[in-house]
Design a protein. Structure first.
Length: 229
């Protein structure tokens, strides 16, 4: 990976622009790039990347870690090699680093106060469109924001909470004061919603419904109902 690409990735991951990546920022950035890792991999990555033991990763540490050849670094390298390949200009950064986090350029525009699932029907993907591109064009932006919100709230029933979030923005309130924050974001998301969302996205790609967000919400509600019965 070139230095310019790594700098662009670091800048994009660094949401608070502190010049340091917190564990949550690093976990969220990797997740949004489609890199799914377990707790052990994440802990090993943080140990390797945080050379000075500060609890955060600066640019120099990030670049050294990315070139280390470790398991997660290799996944990042492979993902960046394919991410937005058509938009790469020479040695420049991939196009996704030029967009706000969790906001794919081709995702449907959604009014802040309107139900998220009530968007115009989406046509079936043209022949040859890859699943990742289809998902980016339909649900990616909203799902990434939904994942951030469900982590903030950590509800008892994440599937039902996500379904409500996707269909009615007015139901989102401030997180409860007693939300358990002892479990890191990457662990909570991996254990509570990642497997379920992966299944929903497989079905979404296979069926390509007219209203993708409403379809995902339906699947989440069905999963919630099944788990309770």
């Amino acid at each position: 990976m070139s230095e310019s690409i790594l700098r662009a990735v670091f800048t994009k991951f660094d949401e608070d622009k502190s010049g340091q990546l917190s564990p949550d920022e690093l976990a969220q950035g990797l997740y949004e790039l489609g890199i799914d890792i377990d707790d052990a991999e994440f802990d090993a990555m943080m140990t390797a990347a945080d050379a000075d033991g500060s609890g955060e990763v600066d640019l120099g540490e990030f670049m050294a870690w990315a070139g280390s050849g470790g398991a997660v670094a290799a996944k990042l390298s492979a993902q960046l090699a394919t991410a937005d390949a058509a938009d790469l200009q020479g040695d420049g950064p991939p196009a996704w680093t030029q967009r706000p986090m969790a906001a794919a350029a081709a995702a449907p525009a959604l009014a802040a106060a309107a139900p998220r699932a009530a968007v115009a029907p989406v046509a079936k993907a043209a022949a040859g469109v890859e699943p990742r591109a289809y998902i980016a064009q339909t649900v990616y932006a909203v799902l990434m924001q939904a994942i951030k919100e469900v982590d903030k709230h950590r509800p008892a029933d994440p599937a039902l909470w996500l379904a409500d979030y996707l269909t009615d923005s007015t139901k989102v309130e401030a997180p409860a004061a007693d939300v358990d924050r002892t479990v890191p974001m990457i662990t909570y998301v991996h254990n509570s919603v990642t497997p379920l969302l992966k299944s929903c996205l497989v079905l979404l790609w296979q069926q390509q419904p007219a209203h993708p967000l409403a379809f995902v919400a339906e699947q989440l509600r069905a999963a919630s109902s099944s788990a309770r019965s």
